[in-house]
Design a protein around this ligand. Sequence first.
Ligand SMILES: Cc1ncc(COP(=O)(O)O)c(C=O)c1O
Length: 399
Amino acid sequence: MLKLAARTARAKPSAIMVIADTAKQLKAEGKDVVNFSIGVPNFLPGEHVYQAVRDWTQHDSGGYSTNRGIPALLDAITAHFAQSGLPGYKRENVTVGIGAKQVLYNLAEALLDEGDEIVFPAPYWTSYVDIADILGARATILPCPPAQHYKLTPAQLDRALASDPKVFLFNNPSNPTGMVYSRDEVAALAEVLVKHPNTWIIADDIYNRLIFDGIGYHNFVQFKPELRTRTFIMDSLSKTYGMPGWRMGMVAGPEAGVKALVTLNSNHITCLPEVVSQAAIAALTGSQAVPTAKCGDFSRRRDDVVRALEAIPGVRCPRPQGAFYAFPDISVAFGKSHKGRKIADDLDLCKALLDEKFVAMVPGSAFGEPRSLRISYTCAPAQLKKGLERIQQFFAELA
Ligand SMILES: Cc1ncc(COP(=O)(O)O)c(C=O)c1O
């Protein structure tokens, strides 16, 4: 019998998409669904992005562009990194991908052989495990429970790096928790990283322009510039610019490593479409009014979400300071029942909330933390209010 490659058995469909699809189906059946499940920013980029695209179509070549990215885009990317507090990267240090997800896949292919170890904290973005699984890498997961605000400590990192894993993968601000590491916390982790020179570092910083409360964005290389020779920093248009479907991700890192990514691009995707490149240049170099306004918006919604969740007896929500997610510890519900329906775990809870209250959320176990669930709060304010009220009602009905 003909067999598919073994890696296809290891590849799992995204847990988030399964919930989102069920929510869509219920909506199609006419149910009044509030969808807190999928991590989309729910806004559109500024008009200047569309204008750049319209202008470009007047003389679009329709051809292939370059594997690395067109020079004007590379310049826009290095300037963008510089504005984010990461100056000094040149065209040779950067490249693009079809979203940060594909950049990460390329990085994993470039850095990990089968059986190699990759280390990252939990809660984690679901694709970290899936990409490691597909490539046959060994994922070592460092649990960061709600009691430590879902954050990795220097001591944990030090212990994990003692075995010289091939890659350490770090996400700040975090999806799914919305946690942001402070300046001191990033500096302390950087101190540990310099002690372990045999490990590559991937910093998935795609939410770095969505940070609240004035705490600012920090990266290891700002504290320890020597880490630049083995650190890759990822960014994306998806969340900051309201452009998830445009599929443009970017990365800065050491020249030889980035060259390997360009070679992978030449085999996987050839190039970013020219029209997407033009949109990206406009987004990165044009007015930042839309992302700035949205960041303010999200921080106010964060306040509403935390207030509503903390008002539920027994629910604890470490205060997110970035991205657009909240990740409350809802384990107080486990072992209780809702209208006779037993709630044993996060999966039961999310299923019951969707069936009974039509609120879609992602169970924390999808992110390696089964005590919690993820709320993506970018929907319209009226929907947000409605969804939060329904969650409160659900918990009040638990017996
Ligand atoms: C932490 C994190 N990294 C990477 C990505 C991928 O983003 P992109 O849309 O650029 O592929 C996401 C998307 O949800 C994410 O949350």
